[in-house]
Design a protein around this ligand. Structure first.
Ligand SMILES: NC(=O)C1=CN([C@@H]2O[C@H](COP(=O)(O)OP(=O)(O)OC[C@H]3O[C@@H](n4cnc5c(N)ncnc54)[C@H](OP(=O)(O)O)[C@@H]3O)[C@@H](O)[C@H]2O)C=CC1
Ligand SMILES: CC(=O)C(=O)O
Ligand SMILES: [Mg+2]
Length: 426
């Protein structure tokens, strides 16, 4: 069967879709019915009306995240609308549950009007412990996220911006180390200056890349100071340069970061890059250049894609489940820059550790060790939660955004491993 046939069958059978709702309390007797529903349910209602914080004790809010999209940038497929985004949002929900035991309602909002979208999400926010915005195109995504962060008292996180930036930063730290390059020296060319591209560039700078070493490209080529068609987010990266095309910008560059669409990077462009080039071709479902094509012309490269079927998957799946786990566990009011950087550094550190047997088993017996074909951990590594969620929770406590700080860190780490053990068959 082709991938298309297998994927459609996976989504269709034995029941349509990838999610269902499961009660966590018995409701099999008249007594249980009177507790779960009226009259018993009135008691927690009264408690929560009196003390709103008690919603975390009597409802599922504290472990429930909304994955919300309007479908304006579904993967790299473009604006295909809210309805068509549902398989991706259900997919994110599956990953939240599988990797971090977080429950999700996926919510597809049928509007391209940012204010209508913001109002909708704000109004439903009391239901949730956190809001994961997904596949909303730039530049609206920046304004939407910022307004919702200001207006909601729970973490709001645009995954395509920050999830992607966190994993790419972890990958860049390790790729530079392996290629013998220093973050402050590398020349980085971005193709794609949307949600993911802008956020990655910002985080690379926070990690040590020099802003003046970054050139960004969009559909019209290099983002330079002579252009008058730029959003404020792009303007911040506009450079004074005679370069006009991706191909010109890439000559001698150390790093290519693709967050655009499949197939836009040629072998010729890869050939023109500096010694030991680093290529993160992260467009989904098809990268800017296929892994084998890039490797064929530059055996000295370190390459990552967003896909799971080639070495080095740089994909936000390594971020959102674990980041929200840490944020929810301390009831963080928001997700700070410090929490994001802590997540990136935890992933970079974990990739340098010896890889246990169960990871090899999940990947058909392949052995992994820190090197050009293993720069970030695998999502099926049970240690990711212990590293990343703990780092995020700890940073939240240090930065004063934790409403329920943790003091026993060893106990917390053990509780996380126990919590997801059933998913690992251990
Ligand atoms: N691996 C991962 O974890 C992730 C990967 N991605 C991938 O990144 C890509 C962008 O996603 P996102 O930022 O959310 O989307 P946005 O719509 O916000 O941004 C898309 C960007 O790509 C640019 N672009 C589109 N086509 C071309 C082209 N032919 N040449 C040059 N630039 C082009 C757009 O240019 P313009 O501004 O001119 O319109 C825009 O800057 C997608 O492929 C997505 O799958 C996203 C998130 C995570
Ligand atoms: C992975 C992801 O979120 C995307 O490609 O949009
Ligand atoms: Mg996405």
């Amino acid at each position: 069967m082709s991938l298309k046939e297998r994927a459609l069958a996976y989504h269709k059978d034995p029941v349509p879709g990838k999610l269902a709702v499961r009660p966590t309390k018995p409701c099999d007797t008249a007594e249980e019915l009177s507790l779960a529903y009226t009259p018993g349910v009135a008691e927690p209602v009264r408690e929560i009306a009196r003390l709103p914080e008690e919603v975390y004790d009597y409802t599922a809010k504290g472990n429930l995240v909304a994955v919300v999209s309007n479908g304006t940038a579904i993967l790299g497929l473009g604006n295909l609308g809210a309805l068509a985004s549902k398989p991706v949002m259900e997919g994110k929900a599956v990953l939240f549950k599988r990797f971090a035991d977080i429950d999700v309602f996926d919510i597809e909002v049928d509007t391209t009007d940012p204010d209508e979208f913001i109002r909708t999400v704000k109004l439903i926010s009391p239901t949730f412990g956190g809001i994961n915005l997904e596949d909303i195109k730039a530049p609206e995504c920046f304004h939407i996220e910022q307004r919702l962060i200001e207006e909601c008292d729970i973490p709001v996180f645009h995954d395509d911006q920050h999830g992607t930036a966190i994993i790419a930063t972890a990958g860049l730290i390790n790729a530079c180390e392996l290629a013998g390059k220093r973050l402050e020296d590398v020349r980085v060319v971005f193709n794609g200056a949307g949600a993911a591209g802008i956020a990655c560039a910002r985080m690379f700078i926070a990690a040590g890349v020099k802003k003046e070493h970054i050139v960004m490209c969009d559909r019209k080529g290099v983002i330079h100071r002579g252009r008058d068609d730029l959003s404020p987010e792009k303007t911040a990266f506009a450079v004074d340069t005679p370069l006009r095309t991706l191909s010109e910008a890439l000559k001698g560059a150390d790093v290519f970061v693709g967050l655009s669409v499949g197939g836009v990077l040629s072998q010729e462009m890869v050939r023109s890059m500096a010694k030991s080039p680093i290529i993160f071709a992260m467009a989904n479902p098809d990268p800017e250049i296929p892994y084998p094509e890039a490797k064929a012309v530059r055996p000295d490269l370190i390459m990552a894609t967003g896909r799971s079927d080639f070495p080095n998957q740089i994909n936000n799946v390594l971020g959102f489940p674990f980041i929200f786990r840490g944020a929810l566990d301390v009831r963080a009011s928001r997700i700070t820059e410090g929490m994001k950087m802590a997540a990136a550094r935890a992933l970079a550190e974990l990739a340098r550790e010896p890889v246990p047997e169960e990871v090899s088993r999940a990947y058909g017996g392949v052995r992994f060790a820190f090197g050009p074909e293993y720069i970030v951990p695998k999502p099926f590594d049970p240690r990711v939660i212990a590293y990343e969620s703990v780092a995020v929770a700890r940073a939240a406590c240090e930065e004063g955004v934790a409403r329920r700080p943790i003091t026993d860190w060893d106990g917390y780490r053990d509780s996380l491993l126990r919590r997801v053990a059933r998913y690992w068959g251990t």
